[in-house]
Design a protein around this ligand. Structure first.
Ligand code: HEM
Length: 286
């Protein structure tokens, strides 16, 4: 028979998503039917059986046990959890698993984009600032765990320098970085020193997004405005699937020592990662 466990209403549901459903019958239901919850956490929690006694939500221990295991992807390792959250934040037009509705121009299908060479150069310049910053942080490693991610083969800074040199040789003017790149770089610097879990979320999303959607974008844009020229940004020394798997293994290893709260802190950061990267992507269309 199931034993009964009581859960204080003052616990942070955001940090403990397996408890989110307790809030639905609690005294403060509005928080949880609104935008209070991040997009990724809304769709996969089902109502458990529960009662409320004297302001305390009571839930059966067997149900609580089951909910604890409900972090999508958890069984495969933490990278799979990050991937699950990231895929939901795509639009259907961007990726099959996407759930977000289209609001910004870069969220429309890439086939319908009307890119410009100058806009694309602006995107490459701001991307380079972000990769310079990321790669500098990993080199400096203000938290020792960052050192695991040195020389993974995914680094993009030098490749982008070559591409910008090529554009210069073609007669284009290379501008200074603009506000989307500058503000993302600044944010990453700050985060890397005070919030390693959130920083790792950005690290994962930036490199893995580029290896997936980023490559597809590079191909389509090159077909439309560069006569099919394949930029260095989209080339890796070594087999990309192996490089990615090596980084996945390291990420899973680093996250093994994190508490559930720290993992959730990392997952929560995904929306901001999409926001910043989306602003930089939008430059292609500017
Ligand atoms: C126009 C914009 C974008 C397009 C078209 C796009 C498209 C895609 C596609 C097709 C995939 C592969 C899905 C699969 O494995 O079946 C993917 C994966 C992914 N995307 Fe995006 N994406 C875009 C923007 C972003 C942004 C802004 C981020 C976050 C900064 C992001 C993060 C990711 C991640 C983390 C993966 C998983 C990669 C992996 O499993 O190795 N994407 N994206």
């Amino acid at each position: 028979m199931a034993s009964l466990t009581s859960i204080s209403q003052s616990q942070s549901f955001l940090m403990k998503p397996h408890l989110i459903n307790t809030a639905i019958t609690s005294a403060r239901p509005n928080y949880f039917s609104s935008n209070f919850l991040p997009l990724w956490s809304r769709s996969f929690f089902k109502l458990p059986r529960m009662t409320q006694k004297n302001g305390v939500v009571v839930v059966s221990a067997t149900t609580a046990e089951k909910l604890k295991k409900r972090y999508p992807g958890e069984a495969k390792g933490f990278v799979e959890e990050m991937r699950f959250v990231a895929m939901k934040l795509h639009t259907k037009e961007q990726a099959r698993e996407g759930e977000k509705e289209v609001k910004e121009p870069e969220e429309r299908p890439v086939t319908k984009w009307e890119p410009t060479v100058d806009g694309y150069i602006r995107f490459l310049v701001d991307s380079k600032l972000v990769y310079d910053t990321l790669e500098g942080i990993i080199e400096k490693a203000p938290f020792p765990s960052y050192a695991e991610f040195r020389n993974t083969g995914l680094e993009r800074s030098e490749k982008l320098a070559k591409d910008l040199e090529w554009f210069k040789e073609q007669g284009y003017t290379i501008p200074e970085p603009s506000s989307p790149g500058i503000s993302y770089a600044q944010y990453l610097e700050e985060l890397s020193e005070k919030d390693p879990q959130a920083f790792i979320c950005h690290f994962y999303n930036i490199y893995f997004a580029h290896s997936a959607g980023g490559r597809m974008i590079g191909k389509k844009v090159a077909e439309k405005i560069l006569g099919g020229k394949e930029l260095e940004f989209y080339k890796w020394d070594g087999e990309l699937p192996k490089l990615l798997q090596n980084v996945r293994d390291k990420l899973n290893k680093v996250a093994e020592s994190w508490t559930r709260e720290e993992k959730n802190r990392c997952l929560e950061e995904t929306e901001l990662s999409f926001k910043h990267s989306g602003e930089i992507l939008r430059l292609i269309l500017s």
